[in-house]
Design a protein around this ligand. Structure first.
Ligand SMILES: [Zn+2]
Ligand SMILES: [Zn+2]
Length: 367
């Protein structure tokens, strides 16, 4: 094939048009892949609506959770970022590209906070080489982008979800520091981030692992994956009731909490859930209106609040390892929704927005 198709968005909230672009070629240090599967992330929905607090250029190809099968290897790109050999036909996931020569990249060693970070899907796809996002037949791993091979035992939709949601959770747990059997852990959110976090946190065997979210089916899955308690978020209920429920379950509040919901008001509520000297890790909110927080509670309870932008390539690798290693313990497929092709991408987005499906799967090569 000399061309490949992509689902292109021309106006926020609008329909996708299927367009053909010239098949890309691999630059030295880069890869060209066929997208095997892509899964939808909440950030795709925010970007689609024009609500993402990152610069977004139209027209765009949405999708940033994808697994690619290598079709072409550029000069010198025959090894991944953790030293594993790469061959044509291998599957990879890859990271946004950081500049490698700024204070954040080099001194702080936090490439996810690089101000020059190139996040493919946010860029104008009318500019060659076009294939900027996951909802397309081809993908480009740019020369400076970290990439890791997907283990053979990890199915492509899991790896896709792992490349954003789980890598973010890996980073969140890393930032939280040690968690052990004395901890009372609260996870805000029962979407992909909250569910992956529940699974990984359960491996630390905390005294309480409370998931606050909804709808009920997701809380049921959270319990299957290790939550000791769940609290259903009823949008019409007074948040103070949920806080009381969590306090009675945990005794003294959350010694460690994770904001993985991205919902309006979630941080104000999260602060009220905290135990004294607790750690509150925030990775769920990437946009929306400013939200009120009772700062006096943060101060008087001595709460540490830690924010971050998801994870770097090492976190992708650790996410792939976790998917492979714990696949008998957690049925990762339970998180996946229906499978769509490019022509039904709008339906997939709708399934995500309406919360009918946790992770819709897109197979761009399907017709
Ligand atoms: Zn994402
Ligand atoms: Zn940088």
């Amino acid at each position: 094939m000399t061309t490949g198709r992509a689902a292109v968005l021309h106006s926020f909230g609008g329909d996708f048009s299927i367009e053909e672009f010239a098949r890309p070629t691999a630059e030295p240090g880069g890869l060209v892949v066929e997208i095997d599967t892509a899964t939808i992330c909440g950030s795709d929905v925010h970007a689609w609506k024009g609500h993402l607090s990152l610069g977004v250029q139209l027209p765009m190809i949405l999708g940033h959770e994808m697994t690619g099968r290598i079709t072409e290897i550029g000069a010198g790109a025959d090894v991944d970022s953790v030293g594993q050999p790469l061959r044509v036909g291998d599957r990879v996931v890859w990271a946004h590209m950081s500049c490698g020569r700024c204070h954040e990249c080099t001194v702080e060693q936090t490439p996810v906070l690089c101000a020059q970070r190139f996040i493919g899907y946010l860029h104008d796809c009318s500019v060659p080489p076009h294939f900027t996002g996951g909802f397309a037949e081809y993908g480009i791993v740019r020369p400076g982008a970290g990439r890791v091979r997907v283990p053979d035992g990890v199915e492509s939709p899991w790896a896709s979800a792992g490349s954003c949601a789980l890598r973010t959770v890996v980073k969140a747990l890393d930032l939280a520091g040690p968690i052990d059997r004395d901890d009372t852990v609260v996870v805000q959110g029962a979407g992909p981030l909250g569910l992956f976090a529940t699974a990984l946190l359960s491996l630390h065997d905390p005294r309480r692992l409370v998931v606050v979210g909804g709808p009920q089916e997701r809380l049921d899955l959270a319990e299957e994956w290790g939550a000791t308690h769940t609290v259903l978020v009823d949008p019409s209920a007074d948040p103070a009731e949920r806080v009381e429920q969590v306090m009675s379950i945990t005794g003294r509040g959350a010694s460690v909490a994770f904001e993985l919901a991205g919902a309006p008001g979630v941080v104000g509520e999260g602060v009220q859930l905290m135990a004294r000297h607790g750690r509150y890790v925030l990775l769920g909110t990437l946009g929306g209106q400013p939200q009120p927080v009772d700062v006096a509670t943060v101060v008087t309870r001595g709460v540490t609040m830690i924010g971050s932008m998801s994870g770097a390539i090492g976190d992708y690798h650790r996410a792939m390892t976790a998917l492979d290693r714990y696949q008998d313990r957690f049925a990762w497929d339970r998180m996946l929704g229906n499978t769509y092709d490019l022509s039904t991408l709008a339906d997939a987005m709708d399934a995500m927005v309406s919360m009918r499906e946790i992770k819709p799967v897109v197979r761009p090569a399907a017709r």
